[in-house]
Design a protein. Structure first.
Length: 72
């Protein structure tokens, strides 16, 4: 049984940069819309969001059933 290749830290970092640029251009977005715009697998986008959150660069707010991501 083959295992999936581990995701590189560089790939997650590049995705974090893409997330930041998309939010800077478009303003706050729901997580679902953000994942579509980034065009990366959802799990990679979530890791990138964790990276940005840890650095204090994004804020995630709950609005009803949605989570809205915005730059700090």
């Amino acid at each position: 049984m083959a295992t999936a290749a581990p995701t590189s830290v560089a790939h997650i970092g590049d995705t974090a940069g893409a997330v930041w640029k998309i939010l800077a251009k478009n303003g706050p977005l729901s997580m679902a819309k953000l994942v579509k715009k980034v065009r990366q697998p959802r799990d990679i986008v979530m890791q990138a969001l964790g990276w940005l959150a840890r650095e204090g660069k994004i804020q995630i707010d709950e609005e009803g059933r949605s989570r809205i991501v915005s730059l700090c």
